[in-house]
Design a protein around this ligand. Structure first.
Ligand code: DX5
Ligand code: ZN
Length: 221
């Protein structure tokens, strides 16, 4: 199932409620939490996520680009986030953390930086509802899609299929109408898009177009 998750990193932070109103057709809203340690940028944390929760019915897809994920991730699940994504590079005990998130009623998701190999994590795919393969170096919106990640997406999809795993494969970074089809062909099914949605004149139309392109590319692959 193709899903489009717009990232509010590219939205107007002074008007988040109305910005959320511009993406009602999305499958979830992607919220980028950055701590200026794991990545060289600082965005928002628990109080802002709590405020967002109150003004939208969209599922919250929380992407934690922060250190000490074992400590912080459960607190986002506690707020009622539908899915919480921690980075493998920032988790001391990723399997324990994934299990904890599920036990809190949230989907468990794990992200890998572009230069982190997926192979060491394949045995834990059954613990995850979603695997996020970054297609830019995390930290900023508006970067160029890394085509060199396509083989990694393909290998992850193949491994998930071989294991009979229903894990969603999400990509994040540089997703646009130019790039989404090749990522979908490679096996991604969940797409984060920040600038491609929020810089569009009509964000709803941008979401619909991305979904159409990805779905037809997935079908023909
Ligand atoms: C980057 C964030 C992304 C960002 C994507 O580190 O994780 O979610 O918002 O922005 P675009 O779609 O503009 O590359
Ligand atoms: Zn993100």
């Amino acid at each position: 199932m193709t899903a489009i998750h717009p990232s509010i990193l590219s939205a107007d932070f002074a008007n988040l409620e109305s910005e959320l109103g511009r993406i009602r057709g999305a499958d979830a809203v992607h919220v980028d939490v950055m701590d200026n340690h794991f990545v060289p940028n600082l965005t928002l944390g628990l109080p802002v996520v709590q405020a967002i929760r109150k003004v939208t019915d969209l599922p919250l897809d929380i992407h934690l680009m922060i250190e000490d994920a074992d400590v912080w991730a459960p607190q986002y699940a506690e707020l009622g986030a539908e899915s919480v994504t921690f980075h493998a590079e920032a988790a001391k005990a990723p399997i324990r953390l994934a299990r904890q998130l599920r036990s809190q009623g949230s989907k468990s998701a794990m992200a890998l930086r572009p230069a982190t190999a997926v192979e060491p994590y394949l045995d834990m795919l059954s613990e995850l509802d979603m695997l996020l393969l970054m297609t830019v170096e995390p930290g900023f919106g508006g970067q160029k899609f890394l085509d060199i990640m396509l083989p990694k997406i393909r290998r992850a999809r193949q491994a998930a299929d071989d294991l009979g795993s229903r894990v969603a494969i999400q990509i994040d970074g540089g997703v646009s109408s130019e790039t989404i089809e090749r990522a979908a062909e490679a096996g991604a099914d969940t797409f984060v898009a920040g600038s491609a949605v929020y810089s569009a004149e009509d964000p709803e139309e941008a979401i619909a177009q991305l979904r159409r392109l990805a779905a037809s590319a997935a079908e023909s692959s």
